[in-house]
Design a protein around this ligand. Structure first.
Ligand code: C5P
Length: 209
Protein backbone atom coordinates (compact mmCIF):
# COMPACT_ATOMS: atom_id res chain seq x y z
CA UNK A 1 0.00 0.00 0.00
CA UNK A 2 1.27 3.49 -0.84
CA UNK A 3 1.71 6.38 1.57
CA UNK A 4 -1.43 6.88 3.55
CA UNK A 5 -2.54 10.52 3.62
CA UNK A 6 -5.57 11.74 5.54
CA UNK A 7 -6.79 15.29 4.84
CA UNK A 8 -8.92 17.08 7.42
CA UNK A 9 -10.41 20.35 6.18
CA UNK A 10 -13.13 22.59 7.51
CA UNK A 11 -13.90 25.93 9.13
CA UNK A 12 -12.49 27.43 12.33
CA UNK A 13 -13.40 25.65 15.58
CA UNK A 14 -15.18 22.80 13.80
CA UNK A 15 -13.11 20.30 15.77
CA UNK A 16 -10.85 19.46 12.85
CA UNK A 17 -7.63 20.22 14.72
CA UNK A 18 -8.50 17.86 17.56
CA UNK A 19 -9.69 15.18 15.14
CA UNK A 20 -6.56 15.54 13.01
CA UNK A 21 -4.19 15.22 15.96
CA UNK A 22 -6.05 12.23 17.36
CA UNK A 23 -6.02 10.52 13.96
CA UNK A 24 -2.28 11.21 13.74
CA UNK A 25 -1.77 9.50 17.08
CA UNK A 26 -4.09 6.61 16.20
CA UNK A 27 -2.29 5.81 12.92
CA UNK A 28 1.15 6.95 14.10
CA UNK A 29 1.40 9.53 11.30
CA UNK A 30 3.05 12.96 11.39
CA UNK A 31 0.61 15.86 11.26
CA UNK A 32 0.79 19.19 9.48
CA UNK A 33 -1.27 22.04 10.93
CA UNK A 34 -1.25 24.18 7.77
CA UNK A 35 -3.24 26.94 9.49
CA UNK A 36 -0.23 27.54 11.73
CA UNK A 37 1.81 28.55 8.66
CA UNK A 38 -0.76 31.21 7.74
CA UNK A 39 -1.03 32.32 11.37
CA UNK A 40 2.74 32.71 11.59
CA UNK A 41 2.84 34.77 8.39
CA UNK A 42 -0.09 36.92 9.56
CA UNK A 43 1.47 37.67 12.94
CA UNK A 44 5.04 38.19 11.68
CA UNK A 45 3.79 40.46 8.88
CA UNK A 46 1.79 42.51 11.39
CA UNK A 47 4.84 42.77 13.67
CA UNK A 48 6.98 43.86 10.73
CA UNK A 49 4.49 46.66 10.04
CA UNK A 50 3.50 45.29 6.62
CA UNK A 51 0.16 46.06 5.00
CA UNK A 52 -1.69 42.73 5.13
CA UNK A 53 -3.44 43.61 1.88
CA UNK A 54 -0.06 43.87 0.09
CA UNK A 55 0.24 40.30 -1.18
CA UNK A 56 3.74 40.69 -2.63
CA UNK A 57 5.26 42.18 0.52
CA UNK A 58 3.65 39.53 2.72
CA UNK A 59 4.77 36.79 0.29
CA UNK A 60 8.42 37.93 0.59
CA UNK A 61 8.13 37.41 4.33
CA UNK A 62 6.36 34.06 3.84
CA UNK A 63 9.21 32.81 1.61
CA UNK A 64 11.59 33.34 4.54
CA UNK A 65 9.45 31.50 7.08
CA UNK A 66 11.46 28.88 9.01
CA UNK A 67 10.25 25.95 11.07
CA UNK A 68 11.83 27.48 14.17
CA UNK A 69 9.48 30.48 13.81
CA UNK A 70 6.42 28.35 14.42
CA UNK A 71 6.42 27.86 18.19
CA UNK A 72 5.21 31.33 19.20
CA UNK A 73 2.14 31.14 21.50
CA UNK A 74 0.80 34.34 19.94
CA UNK A 75 -0.03 32.33 16.81
CA UNK A 76 -2.89 30.73 18.78
CA UNK A 77 -4.65 34.00 19.57
CA UNK A 78 -7.79 35.42 18.04
CA UNK A 79 -5.91 38.22 16.32
CA UNK A 80 -3.62 35.67 14.70
CA UNK A 81 -6.57 33.80 13.15
CA UNK A 82 -7.89 37.02 11.69
CA UNK A 83 -4.47 38.06 10.34
CA UNK A 84 -4.00 34.55 8.91
CA UNK A 85 -7.22 34.67 6.93
CA UNK A 86 -6.33 38.12 5.56
CA UNK A 87 -2.91 37.04 4.29
CA UNK A 88 -4.31 33.71 3.05
CA UNK A 89 -6.33 35.38 0.27
CA UNK A 90 -3.15 36.29 -1.65
CA UNK A 91 -1.95 33.84 -4.30
CA UNK A 92 1.76 34.75 -3.87
CA UNK A 93 1.46 33.99 -0.14
CA UNK A 94 -0.25 30.66 -0.82
CA UNK A 95 2.46 29.76 -3.36
CA UNK A 96 5.17 30.64 -0.84
CA UNK A 97 3.70 28.15 1.64
CA UNK A 98 2.93 25.48 -0.93
CA UNK A 99 6.25 23.63 -1.15
CA UNK A 100 6.47 22.86 2.54
CA UNK A 101 2.91 21.53 2.44
CA UNK A 102 3.55 19.43 -0.69
CA UNK A 103 6.73 18.00 0.85
CA UNK A 104 4.71 17.00 3.88
CA UNK A 105 1.94 15.47 1.78
CA UNK A 106 4.54 13.35 -0.06
CA UNK A 107 6.32 11.96 2.97
CA UNK A 108 6.93 8.29 2.27
CA UNK A 109 5.14 7.09 5.37
CA UNK A 110 2.03 9.24 4.93
CA UNK A 111 0.67 12.11 7.00
CA UNK A 112 -2.40 13.84 8.40
CA UNK A 113 -2.95 17.27 6.80
CA UNK A 114 -5.14 19.79 8.62
CA UNK A 115 -6.38 22.95 6.87
CA UNK A 116 -8.85 24.45 4.40
CA UNK A 117 -7.55 23.21 1.05
CA UNK A 118 -5.62 20.05 1.85
CA UNK A 119 -8.06 17.74 0.11
CA UNK A 120 -8.79 20.09 -2.79
CA UNK A 121 -5.40 21.66 -3.64
CA UNK A 122 -2.48 20.26 -1.63
CA UNK A 123 -3.26 16.55 -1.83
CA UNK A 124 -6.28 15.86 -4.07
CA UNK A 125 -5.02 12.26 -4.44
CA UNK A 126 -5.32 11.54 -0.70
CA UNK A 127 -7.27 8.32 -0.13
CA UNK A 128 -9.05 9.53 3.01
CA UNK A 129 -10.62 12.99 3.14
CA UNK A 130 -12.74 14.48 5.86
CA UNK A 131 -14.57 17.78 5.82
CA UNK A 132 -15.41 18.65 9.41
CA UNK A 133 -18.14 21.19 10.11
CA UNK A 134 -20.40 22.40 12.91
CA UNK A 135 -22.94 25.19 13.14
CA UNK A 136 -21.47 28.70 13.53
CA UNK A 137 -23.11 28.98 16.98
CA UNK A 138 -21.54 25.76 18.25
CA UNK A 139 -18.16 26.74 16.82
CA UNK A 140 -18.37 30.19 18.39
CA UNK A 141 -19.16 28.68 21.76
CA UNK A 142 -16.18 26.31 21.53
CA UNK A 143 -13.87 29.10 20.46
CA UNK A 144 -15.22 31.39 23.20
CA UNK A 145 -14.47 28.78 25.88
CA UNK A 146 -11.04 28.12 24.44
CA UNK A 147 -10.18 31.83 24.39
CA UNK A 148 -11.45 32.23 27.94
CA UNK A 149 -9.22 29.35 29.01
CA UNK A 150 -6.28 31.23 27.47
CA UNK A 151 -7.21 34.36 29.40
CA UNK A 152 -8.83 36.19 26.44
CA UNK A 153 -12.24 37.23 27.72
CA UNK A 154 -14.18 38.25 24.60
CA UNK A 155 -17.99 38.60 24.38
CA UNK A 156 -19.63 35.59 22.71
CA UNK A 157 -21.30 37.82 20.08
CA UNK A 158 -17.90 39.07 18.96
CA UNK A 159 -16.51 35.56 18.70
CA UNK A 160 -19.53 34.55 16.60
CA UNK A 161 -19.07 37.60 14.35
CA UNK A 162 -15.37 36.66 13.91
CA UNK A 163 -16.33 33.13 12.91
CA UNK A 164 -18.93 34.25 10.40
CA UNK A 165 -16.56 36.81 8.86
CA UNK A 166 -13.76 34.27 8.63
CA UNK A 167 -16.06 31.68 7.00
CA UNK A 168 -17.05 34.27 4.40
CA UNK A 169 -13.47 35.29 3.68
CA UNK A 170 -12.11 31.73 3.56
CA UNK A 171 -15.03 30.40 1.53
CA UNK A 172 -15.32 33.39 -0.78
CA UNK A 173 -11.72 33.92 -1.88
CA UNK A 174 -10.78 33.11 -5.47
CA UNK A 175 -7.64 31.07 -4.72
CA UNK A 176 -8.16 27.75 -2.90
CA UNK A 177 -11.46 28.62 -1.22
CA UNK A 178 -12.48 26.55 1.78
CA UNK A 179 -14.71 23.79 0.47
CA UNK A 180 -15.07 20.02 0.62
CA UNK A 181 -13.29 18.01 -2.04
CA UNK A 182 -15.80 16.14 -4.25
CA UNK A 183 -14.78 12.87 -2.60
CA UNK A 184 -14.55 14.18 0.98
CA UNK A 185 -16.82 12.72 3.65
CA UNK A 186 -18.70 15.38 5.61
CA UNK A 187 -18.63 15.11 9.38
CA UNK A 188 -20.87 17.50 11.34
CA UNK A 189 -19.66 17.64 14.94
CA UNK A 190 -22.36 20.03 16.23
CA UNK A 191 -24.01 17.35 18.36
CA UNK A 192 -20.95 15.20 19.01
CA UNK A 193 -18.57 14.98 21.94
CA UNK A 194 -14.84 14.97 21.22
CA UNK A 195 -14.77 11.18 21.60
CA UNK A 196 -17.89 10.79 19.46
CA UNK A 197 -16.40 12.97 16.71
CA UNK A 198 -13.14 11.06 16.80
CA UNK A 199 -14.93 7.69 16.56
CA UNK A 200 -16.90 8.90 13.57
CA UNK A 201 -13.70 10.20 11.94
CA UNK A 202 -11.93 6.89 12.52
CA UNK A 203 -14.78 4.97 10.91
CA UNK A 204 -14.58 7.23 7.85
CA UNK A 205 -10.83 6.64 7.58
CA UNK A 206 -11.22 2.88 8.05
CA UNK A 207 -13.79 2.78 5.25
CA UNK A 208 -11.38 4.65 2.93
CA UNK A 209 -8.20 2.67 3.47
O1 C5P B 1 -6.99 26.47 10.84
P1 C5P B 1 -6.71 27.85 11.38
O2 C5P B 1 -7.88 28.50 12.04
O3 C5P B 1 -5.48 27.89 12.21
O4 C5P B 1 -6.37 28.71 10.07
C1 C5P B 1 -6.19 30.10 10.13
C2 C5P B 1 -6.50 30.72 8.79
O5 C5P B 1 -5.49 30.33 7.86
C3 C5P B 1 -7.80 30.28 8.15
O6 C5P B 1 -8.91 31.07 8.56
C4 C5P B 1 -7.52 30.42 6.66
O7 C5P B 1 -7.76 31.73 6.21
C5 C5P B 1 -6.05 30.16 6.56
N1 C5P B 1 -5.76 28.83 6.06
C6 C5P B 1 -5.81 28.62 4.70
N2 C5P B 1 -5.47 27.42 4.19
C7 C5P B 1 -5.13 26.40 4.99
C8 C5P B 1 -5.11 26.58 6.40
C9 C5P B 1 -5.45 27.81 6.91
O8 C5P B 1 -6.13 29.53 3.95
N3 C5P B 1 -4.78 25.23 4.45
Amino acid sequence: RGPFVITVDGPAASGKGTIASRLAREYDLPMLDSGLLYRAVGVLATRAGLDLDDGEAVARLARGLKAEHLGDPEFRTRGAGEAASRVAVHTPVRLALRDVQLAFARRPGGAVLDGRDQGTVICPEAPAKLYVTASPEVRAERRWKQLKGQGEDVPYAEVLADIVRRDERDGGRADSPMRPAPDAVLLDTSELSIDGAFDAARRIVEAAR
